[in-house]
Write a protein that binds this ligand. Structure first.
Ligand code: NAD
Ligand code: ZN
Ligand code: ZN
Length: 388
């Protein structure tokens, strides 16, 4: 089969690789019909994620048709159309029992990305990510093995919904939604969303749906801000054009700040092994700019919700200001399985249209170009969907 494989920073290729096979009783073999490139794939593409191996198959946002199932699979059948969440979760452990699927402690055979206390159990395994997360082959491919077939894959019975309409249930839609729920957004809320990428846009869509009144959106790509303004009615702030976006937000919220901020940017570390990433961060600090702005823009008693990915030490984190204002922090990987069914219903009802953010549709064979466009934010790229 064909698959997008990793060979080092900025070097991804579509190659012929062996077809996957069922390896456990509760495995599914999926024929992939649509897959997307995520901002999290860019961390790998930029060489920032340690423990990658030559030839690893990338991709954690995918869906398709069930081609074959192991003997123990009862939740789906051959021929079902399913969307697969990016975290691999067992459904049985301490954390899965609490619906904290991204913390599943049985599916990651790697060491995870915890630097302090290495004996801490790692969280869930991830598709198409590094061997820190179990090294599971990803879904930017014609076929993929899906472990834990009774827990993750969500059957899409609605024949009137296209693949594009439901594909983002795999990650960015639940991620934006969890970020908005963590921010406790409700009727009349004010929120500042940092980053107008796919995750920020899904957070804006969710915030609107939950009744937010004022949504500030901060980025420096004018085309992304313009899209968010037209689609979700956000108040755009281009940080290349103002000294301090947080100051502007404070001035526009009666000198209090917003009820909540969402950091949909994440870290920008240098280095390639966990240790070099760490020591670079220790010496220079990760930029953490968006996190600092988020803290500064949030009112007393407010919430900072962080779906953007961070690793290691973050310098300049104004914990003193956070304490003075009594802020709460919520962060982490998304428990996608928890939100997928209700979000599917919202899509079916027309309350959410996540596919409107797609800017590029490419055949899988052109995936390398898709990575380059999305990484450089060229051709007004917002989201790339690949068809295998
Ligand atoms: P993206 O790269 O398309 O978007 C990031 C945006 O942030 C860009 O438009 C960029 O211009 C903007 N930006 C950069 N610095 C900024 C700053 N200081 N202030 C405001 N905006 C700034 O990526 P994406 O797909 O939207 O992903 C965003 C983040 O979410 C990534 O870190 C990704 O790894 C993470 N993510 C997390 C989860 C999760 O489970 N928590 C899931 C998916 C993605
Ligand atoms: Zn993703
Ligand atoms: Zn589990």
């Amino acid at each position: 089969m064909l698959a997008l494989t990793y060979h080092g920073a900025k070097d991804v290729r579509v190659e012929t690789v062996p077809d996957p096979i069922l390896a456990a009783d509760d495995d599914i073999l999926l024929r992939v019909t649509a897959t997307a490139i995520c901002g999290s794939d860019l961390h790998i593409y930029r060489g920032k994620i340690p423990d990658m191996k030559d030839g690893d198959i990338l991709g954690h946002e995918f869906m398709g048709v069930v081609e074959d199932v192991g003997r123990g699979v009862t939740a789906v059948r051959r021929g079902d159309r399913v969307v697969v969440p990016f975290t691999i979760s067992c459904g049985d452990c301490f954390f899965c029992g609490r619906q904290l699927f991204a913390a599943c402690e049985t599916t990651n055979t790697g060491r995870g990305a915890i630097l302090n206390k290495k004996d801490l159990r790692p969280g869930a395994g991830l598709f198409g990510y590094s061997h820190l997360y179990g090294g599971y082959a990803g879904g930017q491919a014609q076929y993929v093995r899906v472990p834990k077939g009774n827990v993750g894959p969500l059957v899409i019975p609605h024949t009137h919904l296209s693949d594009e309409q439901v594909l983002f249930l795999s990650d960015i839609l639940p991620t934006g939604y969890q970020a908005a729920l963590n921010a406790e957004i409700g009727r009349g809320s004010s929120v500042a969303i940092f980053g107008a990428g796919p995750v920020g846009l899904m957070a804006a869509a969710s915030a609107r749906m939950l009744g937010a009144e004022k949504i500030f959106m901060i980025d420096h790509h004018a085309y992304r801000l313009a899209f968010a303004q037209q689609t979700y009615g956000v108040l755009p702030i281009n940080f290349d054009e103002v000294d301090d976006p947080a100051q502007l937000i404070i001035e526009q919220t009666d000198h209090r700040g917003v009820d909540a901020s969402i950091d949909a940017v994440g870290f920008e570390a240098k280095g390639s092994t966990l240790e070099t990433v760490m020591s670079t961060l220790r010496l220079e600090g990760s930029s953490g700019t968006s996190l600092r702005w988020a803290i500064a823009a949030t009112r007393r008693g407010g919430i900072v919700s962080v779906p953007g990915v961070y690793a290691g030490f973050i310098h300049g984190f104004l914990f003193g200001d956070a304490f003075e204002k009594g802020l709460s922090f919520k962060s982490g990987q998304t428990h996608a399985q928890r939100f997928m069914p209700e979000l599917l219903e919202r899509i079916a009802l027309g309350e959410l249209n996540p596919d409107v953010i797609i800017s590029h549709r490419l055949p899988l064979t052109e995936a390398a170009r898709g990575y380059e466009l999305f990484n450089k934010k060229e051709e007004e790229c917002r989201k790339v969907v690949l068809s295998p």
